[in-house]
Design a protein around this ligand. Structure first.
Ligand code: ADP
Length: 285
């Protein structure tokens, strides 16, 4: 990690990658895996790494403009208040918006319901040069759908394999998928919901149904466990990010995106004109 060795003991992509024996029910959402620093050093590092992320994203965008078909897809999944919105605002917000293709997936519309659950996902995939950001995703179709029995088990149980095939093709076609499971503890969620009720500028984020979902926490844990067990593949692994400390989750997702972009080994596209000749022309213009 070069000069960041002081803070990351283990690179984020390694420390956060879902282990085959991960137990969602025992997960410590207040931990800072791999990171040795505190909030202050984490926030300082976030500024620096955010700038690096912005440069890498610009390279990806430039490559896309020059015909590179590759893209990155950030999939954010997490319980309410885990901080998906904060990631979009603070991590994605640090890069040039013209290279970002952001989509939130809510309850399917009438139009979406007419199609297979992957239809709306396919329609939202990033083009070459873009970073796609999914706030919720096709995983809702094995999370909320499973927990609320919105389709029979015989239907949702087939989706894990389908999703793996779908993602594997996507990776083959040049999209690097970064799947982030954002875990907040039940106690921290209560505090964040309480804050929403205390602050008029946060009422808009409050949904009375969130309280009912808390009662289903064990069911969601089971559903997340199945997602991690069945869909963390070599081509599209899950990263599990503890989110009780917002500074850590933002730094963690920044590092995961940097890792994905660095693996693309993006240079700057060469000039498709004669630089020296253009300089001469400009001097005379
Ligand atoms: P947020 O809660 O993230 O601010 P919304 O208010 O749009 O965003 O809520 C999204 C809701 O849509 C969540 O309750 C989520 O569980 C639900 N949802 C997303 N995808 C599906 C799906 N495929 N089927 C049913 N519900 C879904």
């Amino acid at each position: 990690m070069g000069k960041h060795g002081k803070s990351w003991k283990v690179p984020a992509a390694e420390a956060l990658r879902a282990k085959p024996d991960i137990e969602v029910a025992d997960f410590d959402a207040s931990a800072t895996p791999g990171f040795a620093g505190d909030k202050k050093s984490g926030n300082e590092l976030l500024v620096e790494r955010g700038e690096h992320l912005a440069e890498l994203q610009e390279r990806l965008y430039a490559a896309g403009r020059s015909g590179d078909h590759r893209s990155v897809l950030l999939v954010l999944q997490g319980m309410d208040t885990a901080g998906k919105g904060g990631i979009v605002k603070h991590v994605i917000g640090a890069v040039d918006p013209q290279g970002i293709d952001h989509t939130s997936f809510g309850v399917p519309s009438e139009e979406e319901k007419k199609h297979n659950y992957l239809w709306r996902i396919r329609n939202a995939l990033p083009r070459g040069g873009q970073i796609g950001v999914f706030d919720r995703s096709h995983y809702e179709d094995v999370l909320v759908v499973r927990v609320h029995n919105l389709v029979p088990e015989s239907v949702w149980e087939k989706r894990y394999d389908e999703i793996n095939r779908f993602e594997s093709k996507l990776v083959e076609s040049g999209t690097t998928i970064v799947k982030v499971a954002m875990f907040v503890s039940l106690e921290e969620q209560k505090e964040r919901l309480a804050e929403r009720l205390d602050r008029p500028d946060k009422y808009w984020k409050y949904n009375p149904a969130d309280i009912d979902e808390r009662k289903r926490w064990p069911d969601y844990q089971e559903a997340y466990q199945a997602v991690l067990d069945k869909t963390s593949t070599d081509v599209a692994p899950w990263y599990v990010v503890p989110c009780d400390r917002k500074w850590f989750s933002r730094l963690a997702v920044t590092e995961l995106l940097i890792d994905a972009l660095e693996r693309l080994q993006l240079g700057w596209p060469p000039a498709d004109f004669d630089v020296e000749a253009e300089k001469k022309r400009l001097a005379k213009a």
